[in-house]
Design a protein around this ligand. Structure first.
Ligand SMILES: [Mg+2]
Length: 330
C-alpha cells in the first residue's frame, strides 16, 4: 500500500483499520510490503475482476459507511459468482475527500470485516489517496475456478433455458426511496428495497457451483433487459423473456399495482446483482436442485432463440417495448 491520506497519518490508517483485515494471509505481509503474492491452487484458474463505486453515482453520499464498504466488496463478489468462481483475496483503493473522518473509516473497516467472514475473502493490498472529488472506492477481487471452466457471457446455446435468481427491480425502487421519493409507500417495503439497494446479496453459493452446469452466466448490474442483451450479443443468439415469469418481490408488486413504478422500470433499473443463467433444458432438474441446496430463489424466465434480439413478451403473447433497455452511468 502507498498512502496519501492525511487525516490519520498514512501508516496509522493502514495499521489501525486495514492491516487487521489482511489477517493471516501469508502473501499479504500484513500490508507492509509494496505488493502481495497469491499462489493459485493446483488445477485452478485465477478469475480477476474490478469494479469501482462513486458517491452520488453508485451509492448515496449519506449511506452508512459500513454498508458502502459492503456494497463495494459485494458488487465484485457478484462478478466472481457469475463466473462460477470461489473468492480468495481482494485489493482496495480508496480515494477519500477531506470530509471523511476516523469514525467513518472505523465503520467502513467494520463493514469489510463482516463481509470478509461472510464470503471467505481477505484483503491483501491496495492504496489510499486524498481527493477533492467524490468519495471513490475501487475493489479488485480475485477468485478461482477449475481450469478452463470460467463461465462467460458468450457460452449460451440455442434453446437454452434462461434463469434468474432472486427478485428483479428492488434496487431500482430502493434508490428512489434513498433519494427521498416514495415517502408514503409502505414502511416495511421501503426498508426492504432500501436494503437491497445499499447492500446487494451476491448469489455466491449458487454461482460457485454453476460451472459444469450452466452454459453462460452474468450478474445483473445494468438492468435485466440490458444484461440479457449483453448475453445475447456475446453468445450470438436471441432471447425471449416472458414478462410475467420475471420474479418480483412483494414490494415491487405493490409498487407496480399502485402505479408507483412500471414493470419496464423494474426490468431495466439495474443494481440487482442477481444471476442470469443460460443452461440446457436437459439440466433443468440439476439446476433446480442446486438452487434448492443453496437456498437460492430461482425462476425460469425464458429461452434463447435464433436471432440477436431480446424480446419481452406480455401475458397475451404480445411484444412489450422498452424505451430504455437499462441504466448506464455514462
Ligand atoms: Mg458483472
Amino acid at each position: 500500500m502507498t498512502h496519501d491520506a492525511k487525516r490519520l497519518g498514512e501508516f496509522e490508517l493502514i495499521a489501525k483499520y486495514f492491516a487487521p483485515l489482511a489477517g493471516k494471509e501469508a502473501g499479504a505481509f500484513g500490508l507492509k510490503d509494496d505488493a502481495a503474492y497469491l499462489r493459485p491452487t493446483a488445477g485452478k484458474d485465477l478469475v480477476l475482476t474490478t469494479d469501482a463505486i462513486v458517491a452520488g453515482v453508485h451509492f448515496l453520499p449519506g449511506d452508512p459507511a459500513n454498508e458502502i464498504a459492503q456494497k463495494a466488496l459485494r458488487v465484485n463478489i457478484s462478478d466472481l459468482a457469475a463466473k462460477g468462481a470461489t473468492p480468495r483475496v481482494y485489493l482496495l483503493t480508496l480515494a477519500l475527500p477531506p470530509a471523511i473522518d476516523e469514525p467513518w473509516l472505523k465503520s467502513f473497516a467494520a463493514g469489510l470485516k463482516r463481509d470478509q467472514a461472510h464470503f471467505g475473502v481477505t484483503l491483501v493490498g491496495g492504496d489510499t489517496v486524498a481527493t477533492p472529488g467524490p468519495l471513490t472506492i475501487s475493489v479488485t477481487a480475485i477468485g478461482e475456478v477449475p481450469q478452463g471452466h470460467m463461465l462467460t457471457r458468450a457460452g449460451a446455446q440455442l434453446e437454452d433455458d434462461i434463469w434468474v435468481s432472486g427478485t428483479i427491480g428492488d434496487a431500482a425502487l430502493g434508490l428512489r426511496v434513498g433519494q427521498g421519493e416514495l415517502v408514503d409507500f409502505d414502511d416495511k417495503h421501503r426498508a426492504t428495497v432500501l436494503a437491497r439497494y445499499r447492500v446487494p446479496e451476491p448469489r455466491l453459493k449458487f454461482g460457485m457451483l454453476l460451472h459444469g452446469i450452466a452454459h453462460a452466466c452474468l450478474d445483473v448490474s445494468d438492468g435485466l433487459i440490458a444484461d440479457l442483451g449483453h448475453m445475447s450479443e456475446q453468445s450470438g443468439l436471441g432471447v425471449i423473456v416472458e414478462a410475467g415469469a420475471v420474479p418480483l418481490s412483494a414490494a415491487a408488486r405493490a409498487a407496480t399495482a399502485a402505479k408507483r413504478m412500471s414493470l419496464s422500470e423494474l426490468l431495466t433499473g439495474g443494481d440487482d446483482y442477481e444471476l442470469v443463467v443460460a443452461a440446457p433444458v436437459s439440466r433443468r432438474k440439476r439446476i433446480m436442485a442446486l438452487a434448492e441446496r443453496t437456498k437460492t430463489k430461482l425462476s425460469r424466465i425464458g429461452r434463447t432463440t435464433k436471432g440477436r434480439e431480446v424480446l419481452v413478451m406480455g401475458a397475451g403473447g404480445e411484444r412489450l417495448n422498452f424505451e430504455r433497455r437499462g441504466f448506464t452511468h455514462f
